[in-house]
Ligand binder design. Sequence first.
Ligand code: CP
Ligand code: NVA
Length: 338
Amino acid sequence: MNLKGRSFNTLLDFTKQEIEYLLDLSEQLKKEKRENKAHKHLEGKNVVLLFQKDSTRTRCAFEAGAYDLGMGVTYLGPSGSQMGKKESIKDTARVLGRMYDGIQFRGYLHSDVEQLAAHSGVPVWNGLTDMYHPTQVLADFLTMKENFGSLKNLNFTYIGDARNNMGNSLMIGCAKLGINFTGVAPKALWPESSLIDHCKNLAKDSGSQIKFTEDKWQGTKNTDVIYTDVWVSMGEAKEVWEKRLEELHEYQVDKALMENASKKAIFMHCLPAFHGNDTEIGAQIASAFGKLYPRVKNGEMEVTDEVIESQQSKVFDEAENRMHTIKAVMLATMTDKI
Ligand code: CP
Ligand code: NVA
């Protein structure tokens, strides 16, 4: 398998075999890290991390991963660079491509990460756009593999805002790898029908099914994984909360919903998650809407504290796996000498 020079912007660009290869490489790198075995395969190279939006996991996974691989790192945050303000994305790509061996981009428009890939001449990695979050899906699938031994024939349920970057990307990943995917959400929050149709075709080839329902009990019945994400994503206006709470409050993942899944079911979330009053936004929403929607009165939104703190919850394994999988993506796309 040779992915050298490729960008990693959406899982749509990768075959089942290529995704499985990246998961295998992640497992190998994780093992080496655990055994304290150095793997500085990219010594002498440098990467730049462009962030138009905030991040904890993605930034740290790229930074720590790059250091482990022997590389130098530059972080450019939401302010402090010329990008987008005084300089176009295309010019930024051509400048950074002359100085760095790889570029990570987290931002709003998916077309921006595509432009960087088209004009920089180096591998570009999508660390989240409004449309896709592909490196997160690798970490999630690695976590599922660790739990169930294999991804084959698993039943996966995504509940909540099913047309955000996570809903889109998980549906694509499941369709590619042969995992049965059920999206549970009000119809208004289902992905674009053209993307659903495309994934249904991919699923035919991989032997899985893509389904959607508004019924949370039907959609989680005997499933192996219940996955949710925030109800309002980065970049959406604060005012969206009111409508989203009305649409989604009954889709909160609680103990009763977990009990409707299979006995061995796990709970997953890309994080950050609202599951209590100990965040600024969580506390604000709870105080503004708690009376109207009692489910959110303690700052628990897409998931209850009980579920996220339970044995079934694998959210911190997912977070750790961000680093191992991102390291695999950098390594595989920057060298063919692994
Ligand atoms: N899951 C994820 O991408 O987290 P960050 O926003 O902290 O990077
Ligand atoms: N859908 C979320 C994912 C965060 C990792 C967002 O875009 O804010």
